[in-house]
Design a binder for this molecule. Structure first.
Ligand SMILES: *Cc1c(COP(=O)(O)O)cnc(C)c1O
Length: 813
């Protein structure tokens, strides 16, 4: 794409060391864990919370030979065959490269921003306008400072239209995105109330978003979001809405029927109708926004209506599900291109729970493999992954199967593959399903995935990653991070969560019982794992699986020392629990001397850490008590270190401690509930929801006012009512105390109360006031903290009580 000397000319580094000026750079690398195509990539070491300079050697060892660095090190001495450019700021350098590449693009660029719907509008415009335009679009939802830069880097004049998303969460970010994207046409999807945290007000957020359109030629937007807002720039405006002064006027939106919604519109003196194959209001907004864009591009209204009628849903997320025969299935059945294939393969690589990795891949529409460049790209993608098996579906890819370097089978079509599936046994494997939409891989997915009943707990792995980084941002770099994965990761999963945490390089995992640790080891987790409550029966598995026990009493210490001695091991790591005031488990501070005596007389165990637990970190009235606990741990650890003559880690802060007590950070913090999306004490952290418990409506009934609903006739109706029965009950973890209106669930955007007692496997909702159909989706805990409060418990309990029979489905974007 660019040679290294061209890059040098563009970014004007303050110092350069070039071993090979001719090498051409195709890929931007920034994460040494995800390096593929090392020879053709350039590695950016960013500073910030994670210092990229720490990973230079790792990247170099993996074969990377081109680097952009901020820090003035003598790297050329260690890497004499590398090209190194030193810059003032790696971020601005990356962005200036993206900006440069954007400036070479000759076609128009549509820039999209808004609180929701950016990716859907982008994907729909792609569907709607592809027949006429060669469209480049940002992959997945790459819309951050990094995502936009990476998106623009791949833009080229092979295309004649680009659609780029921009997302912001703080004031000041949009100017940098605008400078890179320079949209010709601006699209605002909407302004939501979510993610308010980075902004002082909704107006401030709106104004920040509008900065994307500073130099745009046209701005397309739903009028209702910009009422009373001065648009400070001078683009042509194409607004839509119900009022007459909009260029695109919405006359009426009919009540949905058979999954279709009919909308009547008025534009340029002409009335026309569109039939949108969706029913929810968000889809209506997005579809009308797309209509407005098409009108701006001069499309005829009849053609617009025809295309809209055939709109397909957008599925952007990878789903990780349990498969049959001890398999995991990563389902990415709705799109196939080289960028999203790489993302899906990266995610496959993060999975360690099975010995085999299998890729089932359809032909890739729009990628011509007769073009050497594309073929090489595909070869490199596939070759890098330790795949054990490759299954190719479709007439095209099979011609190249031999060249991909992985054992393969080919099938002419999805139907052909399914017909042969009974003879193919997938076992102990992670299977990535990556198929273009036309191949209908969802049919394969149905056959490979274990049956689930309708209630699922959706786990958003990106949100978990985000929350982890929020807490990482609170503690200094040198403080280690222990992630609590006890109790099935607070109800959200086992190896699925641990794989992600391992990939994100936390320092420790902690489980409650040895068998939880064994399960993680069997799933290929190599991080150190602490077991909080090891009993004597579990010592064998502790030692065998290299788990590290918490030692909380003399009884357990003696027992463990004897056990390890028989095994003839030395320096087995243990973690000493100190009771500084919680009065649960642990040595009392005055037992330090006796403990030291025992530890000094042996060399079979070695203290890896000494730690304690804060009892009341969240309660300001107990601040003096908390400070005392911190002091007691400090003193205990000092004494122990002095007498033992070696150092070890000290830790006391869990989520609340991390949020409120910097003096409690010591050498490591233990993150639990916050990672799963629930702030313990603060409210300003913008955590993202990790688990969403969903079910759907099984039956709807119209019941007259005189009747009652459910057991004991507790559901007394005071009016003629519409009642929805849904498939979740106390056996699934939906507490009986949520009965009779205490619990509120979200159905089609409305909160509705329970009615009557909660049954074992079902309960009933009063949906009298809302539009609802059987099979509609129900979100069980729209706000888990409020739900917990309403029955006098805490979110922890609701999360861990979600029964194991509720299937977990994992998403990763
Ligand atoms: C559960 C637990 C934590 C994590 O607590 P959160 O409040 O969920 O962050 C930390 N340390 C110990 C000892 C625990 O048992």
């Amino acid at each position: 794409m660019y040679t290294i000397s061209e890059i040098q000319d563009i970014i004007k580094p303050r110092r350069s060391y070039l071993a090979d000026t001719k090498v051409s750079i195709h890929y931007l690398l920034y994460d040494s864990r995800k390096i593929a195509h090392e020879k053709l990539g350039i590695f950016f070491a960013f500073t910030g919370r994670q210092d990229g300079h720490l990973y230079i050697q790792d990247a170099y060892n993996k074969g990377v030979r081109n680097f952009i660095l901020e820090k003035d090190t003598e790297q050329e001495v260690q890497m004499p065959d590398a090209n190194i450019l030193w810059v003032a700021n790696s971020w601005t350098t990356l962005q200036s490269l993206a900006q440069h590449n954007r400036s070479r693009f000759q076609g128009p660029v549509i820039g999209i921003t808004g609180s929701n719907g950016k990716t859907i509008v982008k994907e729909w415009l792609f569907q709607l306008m592809s027949p006429e335009y060669k469209i480049y679009r940002s992959p997945k939802s790459y819309n951050s400072q990094l995502g936009v830069a990476l998106s623009l880097w791949d833009l080229s004049n092979q295309y004649n239209l680009a659609i780029i998303e921009a997302g912001i969460s703080h004031v000041g970010e949009m100017d940098r995105l605008e400078a890179m994207i320079k949209p010709t046409f601006g699209v605002l999807t909407n302004i939501g109330i979510a993610h308010q945290q980075g902004f002082a007000s909704k107006l401030e957020k709106t104004e920040e978003k509008l900065r994307l359109f500073k130099d745009a030629e046209t701005l397309i937007y739903p009028a209702k979001y910009l009422e009373a807002v001065q648009i400070p720039y001078k683009p042509r405006k194409l607004s839509w809405g119900e009022e007459e002064d909009n260029q695109l006027e919405v006359y009426s939106i009919r009540k949905p029927e058979d999954g279709q919604t009919y909308v009547t519109l008025y534009y340029g003196g002409k009335t026309f109708g569109i039939s949108v194959p969706f029913t929810d209001s968000a889809a209506m907004e997005n579809a009308i926004t797309c209509v407005a864009v098409m009108l701006r591009f001069g499309y005829d209204t009849a053609l617009i209506a025809e295309r809209i009628r055939n709109l397909l849903p957008v599925e952007m997320r990878l789903e990780l599900k349990n498969g049959k025969n001890n398999t995991s299935v990563i389902d990415d059945s709705y799109s196939n291109d080289l960028v999203s294939l790489q993302i899906a393969l990266d995610f496959l690589n993060q999975q360690h729970q099975h010995t085999n990795s299998i890729l089932i891949l359809s032909d890739i529409p729009g990628v011509t493999l007769t073009d050497e460049k594309n073929l090489n790209k595909l070869k490199r993608l596939v070759a890098d992954r330790n795949l054990t098996q490759l299954i190719l579906i479709g007439p095209v890819l099979r011609q190249y199967a031999e060249q991909l370097g992985v054992p393969f089978q080919c099938y002419a079509s999805t139907a052909d593959f399914i017909a042969n599936l009974k003879d193919i046994e997938f076992r102990d494997a992670t299977i990535l399903l990556k198929g273009a939409r036309d191949f209908h891989f969802e049919d394969i997915s149905k056959l490979l995935v274990a049956k689930s009943h309708d209630t699922v707990l959706e786990i958003n792995l990106n949100a978990l990653e985000h929350n982890l980084n929020v807490y990482r941002g609170l503690v200094p770099k040198e403080v280690k991070m222990m992630a609590m994965v006890k109790a099935f990761s607070y109800g959200s999963g086992s190896f699925e969560i641990a794989n992600l945490l391992q990939f994100n390089q936390v320092d420790y995992l902690t489980v409650a019982y040895a068998d939880e640790g064994v399960e993680l080891r069997n799933a290929g987790i190599t991080l150190p794992i602490v077991v909080m409550s090891p009993d004597e029966n579990a010592f064998e598995s502790v030692v065998q699986h290299n788990l590290e026990p918490e030692i909380y009493s003399f009884r357990i210490l003696h027992a463990f020392i004897s056990f390890v001695r028989i095994k003839d091991l030395k320096n087995f790591p243990i973690h000493i629990k100190v009771d500084t005031g919680m009065h649960r488990l642990g040595f009392m501070p005055d037992e330090a001397e006796a403990l030291i005596d025992i530890l000094r007389q042996q060399d079979v165990v070695r203290v890896q850490s000494a730690f304690s637990h804060l009892a009341s970190a969240a309660n300001p009235q107990d601040n003096a008590f908390t400070a005392e606990q911190i002091l007691k741990l400090d003193q205990f650890a000092k004494k122990l270190q002095q007498e033992l003559g070696y150092s070890f880690l000290r830790h006391i802060a869990a989520t609340s401690g991390i949020e409120l007590w910097p003096s409690a950070y010591f050498d490591m913090v233990r993150l639990g509930i916050g990672m799963y999306g629930v702030e313990a004490s603060r409210t300003d952290l913008s955590l993202q929801t990790v688990g969403v418990l969903k079910t759907n409506v099984t039956q709807i009934k119209h019941i007259p006012a005189s009747e009652t609903v459910g057991y004991n006739r507790h559901g007394v109706l005071h009016r003629d009512s519409k009642i929805a029965t849904i498939k979740i009950g106390y056996a699934d973890g939906y507490d009986r105390r949520f009965g009779n209106g205490v619990g509120k669930m979200l159905v089609n955007g409305h909160l509705v109360p329970t009615v009557g007692d909660i049954c074992m496997d079902m309960c009933m909702l009063d949906v009298t006031d809302i539009a609802v159909s059987e099979e509609d989706e129900v979100v069980v805990f729209p706000d888990i903290t409020a739900a917990a409060n309403s029955i006098g418990t805490i979110p922890y309990e609701l999360l861990v009580n979600i029964s194991q029979r509720v299937k977990r489905v994992y998403f990763y974007e």
